[in-house]
Design a protein around this ligand. Structure first.
Ligand code: DGP
Length: 110
């Protein structure tokens, strides 16, 4: 989608350090990390938010969590703290559905 910053990253129009890419997904470090490890998992398909998800996106959402699982291993988070977070509403700043993988010395997780 035009003027979507994550679509531009996906199309390589904006540089980012992509750490994982498949036909349907990219993952890259958050520019403003909130944790020791902070990776954004972003479906290539432009879906605005969780409120725009439909049943047809089921396979894509499975791939999100398979990507998260791979990154948990890659970043040696298995025996550390980690969580996957989706922001929405006023907490969401980039209107392209994405999942924050946060890991490291996190405090008590919700
Ligand atoms: P959210 O509030 O869930 O929409 O978080 C969006 C995140 O995206 C925020 O933590 C900062 C990150 N971000 C925004 N623009 C860029 C960018 O151009 N590159 C990277 N790597 N991260 C970005």
């Amino acid at each position: 989608m035009e003027n979507c910053i994550f679509c531009k990253i996906i199309k390589k129009e904006i540089p980012s350090n992509i750490v994982y890419e498949s036909d349907s997904m990219v993952a890259f470090p958050d520019i403003n990390p909130s944790a020791e490890t902070h990776i954004l998992i972003v479906p290539k398909q432009h879906i605005g938010s969780i409120q725009d998800i439909s049943k047809e996106n089921g396979q894509l959402l499975a791939e999100v969590y398979l990507t998260a699982s791979k990154l948990v291993s890659d970043y040696n988070l298995t025996n550390n703290f980690y969580k996957v977070v989706v922001n929405g509403g006023k907490a969401q700043h980039v209107p392209h559905l994405h999942f924050h993988l946060l890991g490291g010395n996190l405090k008590r997780m919700v």
